[in-house]
Design a protein around this ligand. Structure first.
Ligand code: EPZ
Length: 424
């Protein structure tokens, strides 16, 4: 139970300029990748979010020397003192992406033990493709349900993923970076942060080619030197801010982003009648007329990102007409919709498809966040609604969005925390 709730007084169009932070999903992969290195590394644009702080705790527990300077968004990591090979459940239950420690520790010292990450409300999220990759690289992997142990001297291999997996692709890259010989990853994921992790490893002297395509070629190297690296901006935060701007019929410019990463969302917003204009590193979103209903089908990059399905479907609850949202990546990623139905939305969920009939008004109500992007969806709905929305369990949001309340307040939103005593 969080000790605070988020209160939003909605119906105010957002306007002005904001800046996106460094990427969560890239940072939680690039930070473990430092374990592959034989020298200290400096990482810039690392967001001040809970997931990063949990990862810093994990790196400290492994023996690394870590310094985070939040005002500079700079993380300095010296992996040389690392002596541990185990990441206990106390950490992994807080950070699903702790699975990257398996690939990084295996790649560093040929042995890793990582407790299974915590449960997740968006689906069962198995790990079989990660294990398949480690075994193909010559590791002995024991999956005892609560703990995964992997060990062995790794050699290059050809790996064909049975399904496209972001985590599996990155974990295989981490393990193969220093394996003996060449590795080929087929049916690889192409998300922007996969390219970012490959670029970081190459900046340390690694040899990874083809990241961003479905075939990645890795030549194992014996030594990686220190590097100073700036991670890419957060694609999903950029998209969430774009959606919030459009949903409140505002006029917002988001700076420090990479417009080409946003193409599938931009196309959908244009289809709805939202005006979107781009420069090299900024996107302006505004609305002049109504919003038309659209259909969404989530797909691996460069398709419509599953992480933006939840905030987008919140916005669709007030689009003119009926929208069909098909979530193809995760099994249960619609838990935010019954909450928004409490605010007056008309939604029907049929397995992995949601049918959303646009209404003319949402009304503020008490609602509960069930996961990170569901929380973002409830914020979008609260910003749209007439009256006050009270979001319970908003702590999920702080996991993946840096200073979201401050950013929205600066754009004119009325959003604040209300601290509550445990029995309330
Ligand atoms: C990453 O999760 C992201 N997390 C997720 O973002 C994102 O939703 C997801 O990629 C898809 O883009 C991080 O990067 C830390 P997957 P990941 O492996 O790597 C199945 C957020 O909100 N699968 O691409 O776990 C899996 O069950 C989070 O920031 C297997 O079957 O996603 C899912 O249905 C949520 N076997 C699908 O593949 C495996 O071995 C895609 O999963 C691995 C995955």
């Amino acid at each position: 139970m969080d000790d605070y709730r988020l209160l939003i007084n909605g119906g105010i169009p957002l306007s002005g300029d904001t800046c996106v932070s460094g990427g969560k999903n890239t940072s939680v992969a690039v930070i473990p990748a430092v374990l592959l290195c034989d020298e200290p590394c400096v990482l810039d644009n690392i967001p001040d979010i809970e997931d990063v702080h949990v990862l810093i705790d994990i790196m400290n527990a492994l023996g690394a020397k870590v310094l985070y300077e939040p005002e500079k968004k700079r993380l300095t990591v010296d992996p040389r003192p690392v002596s541990q090979d185990t990441v206990p459940y106390a950490f992994t239950q807080k950070l699903r992406a702790s699975y990257y420690l398996l690939g990084a520790l295996l790649g560093r010292q040929s042995r890793a033990q990582v407790a299974y990450p915590g449960g997740c409300s968006i689906g069962n999220r198995p790990f079989d493709q990660h294990i398949k990759a480690f075994r193909a690289l010559g590791a002995e992997v024991e999956d005892r349900g609560a703990m995964i142990t992997a060990q062995g001297n790794l050699r290059g291999a050809s790996i064909v993923f049975d399904r496209i997996t972001v985590g599996g692709t990155i974990n295989a890259m981490l393990a193969a970076a220093k394996a003996n010989g060449k590795t080929l990853l087929y049916n690889a994921a192409r998300e922007p942060h996969i390219v970012d992790v490959a670029n970081f490893i190459n900046s340390m002297g690694g040899s990874i080619k083809g990241a961003g395509t479905d075939t990645i070629r890795i030549r194992g190297v014996s030594h990686l030197h220190g590097s100073t690296y700036t991670v890419i901006p957060d694609q999903i935060e950029t998209g969430t801010l774009m959606i919030a701007a459009a949903a409140t019929r505002g006029d917002v410019t988001i700076h420090g982003c990479i417009p080409t990463h946003m193409e599938s969302l931009t196309a959908k917003l244009l289809e709805m009648g939202v005006l979107v204009s781009e420069s090299d590193d900024a996107i302006r979103v505004r609305t002049v007329g109504g919003h038309r209903a659209v259909n969404i089908k989530t797909q691996e990059y460069p398709g419509f990102p599953t992480d933006l399905q939840q905030p987008m479907s919140a916005m669709l609850t007030m689009a003119k007409g009926t929208s069909i949202v098909n979530e193809t990546i995760f099994e249960t990623r619609f838990k935010h919709l019954p909450e928004i139905a409490r605010m007056g939305a008309h939604v029907r969920i049929l397995d992995q498809t949601a049918v959303i009939e646009g209404v003319s008004e949402l009304y503020g109500a008490p609602v509960t966040a069930t996961d990170l992007r569901a929380g973002a969806a409830l914020v979008v709905a609260g910003l749209m609604a007439r009256g006050t929305t009270e979001i319970f369990e908003p702590g999920f949001i702080a996991r993946g969005y840096e200073h979201l309340e401050e950013k929205l307040t600066a754009l004119g939103a009325q959003i604040r925390r209300e601290y509550v005593s445990p029995q309330e």
